[in-house]
Write a protein that binds this ligand. Structure first.
Ligand code: F6P
Length: 322
């Protein structure tokens, strides 16, 4: 294999740059040229690419976002869009393609792998941690630490004014960010899509907590399918509980910022492993890490199969919040 391409697609995630750096340096050490494709599948379809050498990736390991930029690309969902991408790949002489992204990226990658003759390997980069086939995705650790810092700050003001706070975090249709930032931030309650809690149940739990002497509380809410959902919950709770409440939606600040050490190490490890996988002839897989070992999962499984939350961690929330 003489030339590979690399692109970042979907929502950006802290650690994408560290992963690009590792991939470029691993490939160039093996005398393989790397073409950086701009703006995800959009840039692929429109032939936006340039050579990335070792120097191009100097001083990016600590930077959030992605130097390649990214996009969500409806055109790539069409057979015509993907046929254009295949032509561009052929004309550029790209023999292997690295896809950095989440479930949407891997859905597209699964289709592309069936429609072209080049090898494709994915690397899970999403703050949501929802890719099946890896314990953690690149960007998740940074996102939960960003959320945690916000929760800690909110606790200061919640305590001072004796208020109930609803803190809404991202995570798309999953509760990974809510669960781990909630445990780390000592949340009194959690609202996550995997284990629905009715507003009656939530009110009963909160009433008990305030009766037991709590003067303030934090409920961490996963955005689930409905960003802004926490306003609705707060309204419902207000009808039943006589405590002043506020809503805080953390939003896109969870996607930005310098990656944590954990994310940089994971990104470096998976970026290098992905290039090695391509060079050893692997095609149609995502490279992840399970129990500290590199694991390969068929691209289709990464989004068709569902990664569950840890029941042990879920239990902790109610056990520790009393
Ligand atoms: O997938 C990452 C993510 O940040 C989700 O947590 C969130 O639901 C979504 O992207 C937001 O996407 P956009 O930036 O396109 O609004």
């Amino acid at each position: 294999m003489k030339r590979i391409g690399i692109l970042t697609s979907g929502g950006d995630a802290p650690g994408m740059n560290a992963c690009i750096r590792a991939a470029v340096r691993t490939a160039t050490a093996a005398n393989v040229e790397v073409l950086g494709i701009r703006r995800g599948y959009n840039g692929l379809i429109h032939n936006e690419m340039a050579v990335l050498d070792r120097k191009c990736v100097t001083n990016i390991i600590h930077r959030g976002g992605t130097i390649l930029e990214t996009s969500r690309c409806p055109e790539f969902k069409t057979p015509e869009g993907r046929a254009r991408a295949v032509r561009v790949l052929d004309e550029a002489g790209i023999a292997g393609l690295l896809l950095l992204g989440g479930d949407g990226t891997f859905r597209g990658g699964t289709l592309l792998a069936d429609e072209c003759n080049i090898s494709i390997v994915g690397v899970p980069t999403t703050i949501d941690n929802d890719a099946y086939g890896t314990d953690y995705t690149i960007g998740f650790d940074t996102a939960i630490n960003t959320a945690l810092e916000a929760i800690d700050r909110i606790r200061d003001t919640a305590l001072s004014l004796e208020r109930l706070f609803f803190v809404e975090v991202m995570g798309h249709h999953t509760g990974f960010i809510a669960l781990e930032s909630g445990i780390a931030g000592g949340a009194e309650e959690l609202i996550i899509p995997e284990t629905p809690l009715s507003s009656e149940e939530l009110c009963a739990k909160l009433k008990e907590a305030f009766k037991g002497g709590k003067k303030s509380a934090i409920v961490v809410v996963a955005e689930a399918e409905q960003p802004g959902y926490s306003f609705q919950i707060a309204q419902e709770v207000k009808k039943n509980i006589d405590v002043e409440s506020r809503v805080c939606i953390l939003g896109h600040i969870q996607r930005g910022g310098s990656p944590t050490a954990r994310d940089r190490v994971l990104a470096s490890s998976l970026g290098a492993a992905a290039v090695k996988a391509l060079l050893s002839g692997k095609n149609g897989y995502m490279v992840g890490e399970i129990n500290n070992e590199i694991a390969y999962t068929a691209l289709a499984d990464t989004w068709e199969k569902k990664k569950g939350l840890s029941p042990r961690l879920e239990e902790l929330v109610s056990l520790l919040s009393a």
